[in-house]
Design a protein around this ligand. Structure first.
Ligand code: ADP
Ligand code: TRP
Length: 323
């Protein structure tokens, strides 16, 4: 039985990039009867950037509702909030004391964030250590993530190996990152990688009118309506091809080639494809958000299971370290 683990930070509502790039591939993996999946909401990590308490609570609910709206099986698997398993914080401290300072200082994600952000706090700096604790506390073997997180998984592996080596015991399982090669980087409305931090994302759970409004803001060039257009470089087409059927994609390609088809038409087609593909998750998501007690119920079950694993592991770690 392979143990799969992944987390999504609770900042904002998960966007199309998070859903196609992380949530759906993880749910697919979790369906394999040989796998046990631990999927959690990284609410402690969100404190590095999000300081507003209500916004965090709302986001925890919306991240949880997203997993549930896409039918993550919480009976077979383990679904929880990171902060409800306090053992992870204690383990983070231990791991900090084995993490070389330059490893953190040279992390791509830290360098990138510290160049861009006004506030660079130490939580941001030690972010990969908490992430390592998230993973090795549960002896996760495979961690499905996007390319941008691979370095963090390697750090988790290095820290775990260092402690195993130092104490001459296999205390921790060495995790491996799992990138689905079919999963692409989902572009945002400006053509850059879709990201909360670039504010270029599509929230598929918006009410219809608002969703259409966002789709209409996708950046396009100024080729006149009657001219033939290049679909390969078009942001609308590049999103459409990720969610439409083969036939629909071919049809749009032809429309672009033939001319007489404007970006407005393409945007309308993209909007309709979004509504049709996500009809059921959109419905489930609104029901859950209107009844947060349904979300709470599912999380509490997962947290009891997660806590048991965490407590056992931490007892071992404490004894090995002499506490
Ligand atoms: P954001 O960049 O919006 O802050 P996160 O860093 O919280 O997103 O990413 C959460 C998960 O979603 C990660 O596994 C990440 O690789 C994946 N992900 C984020 N944006 C995209 C995207 N545009 N395309 C594919 N996967 C993405
Ligand atoms: N850092 C991850 C991200 O931003 C979220 C995360 C936190 C995570 N802890 C994790 C992912 C453990 C996988 C495993 O996407």
């Amino acid at each position: 039985m392979a143990r799969i683990l992944t987390g999504i930070q609770s900042t904002n509502v998960p966007h199309l990039g998070n859903i196609l790039g992380a949530i759906l591939p993880a749910i697919e993996l979790s369906k394999n009867s040989n796998n046990e999946s631990l999927f959690f909401i990284a609410d402690l990590h969100s404190l590095t950037s999000q300081k507003n308490a209500q916004a965090r609570k709302d986001s925890v609910n919306s991240v949880a509702a997203t997993w549930l709206a896409f039918d993550f099986d919480t009976e077979k698997n383990i679904f929880y909030r990171q902060s409800k398993i306090p053992e992870v914080c204690e383990l983070t401290w231990y791991l900090n004391c084995f993490t070389p300072f330059p490893m953190l200082a040279n992390a791509h994600s830290f360098k990138d964030k510290s160049d861009r952000l006004k506030e660079v706090n130490s939580g941001l700096f030690t972010y990969p250590v908490l992430m390592a604790a998230d993973i090795i506390l549960y002896d996760a073997q495979f961690v499905p993530v996007g390319k941008d997180q691979i370095q963090h998984i390697e750090m988790a592996r290095d820290i775990a190996a260092k402690i195993n080596h130092e104490y001459g015991k296999d205390i921790f399982t060495l995790p491996e990152g799992k990138i689905d090669s079919n999963v692409m980087i989902v572009p945002g409305i400006d053509g850059q990688k879709m990201s909360k931090s670039y504010n270029n994302f599509i929230n598929i759970f918006l009410p219809e009118k608002e969703l259409l409004k966002v789709v209409k803001t996708i950046e396009t060039d100024s080729t006149p309506l009657e001219d033939s257009k290049n679909f390969e470089t078009c942001n609308v087409f590049n999103l459409y091809k990720l969610i439409a059927s083969e036939n629909q994609i071919d049809e749009m390609k032809n429309n672009y080639r033939n001319g007489g088809y404007g970006y407005g038409h393409a945007k309308q087609a993209l909007y309709e494809a979004l509504i049709s593909k996500f009809e059921s998750p959109r419905k489930k998501y609104s029901e859950l958000m209107a009844n947060p007690e349904l979300i709470e119920e599912r999380l509490l079950i997962g947290e009891t299971k997660a806590r048991k694993i965490a407590q056992e592991k931490l007892e071992l770690v404490r004894s090995v370290l002499g506490f």
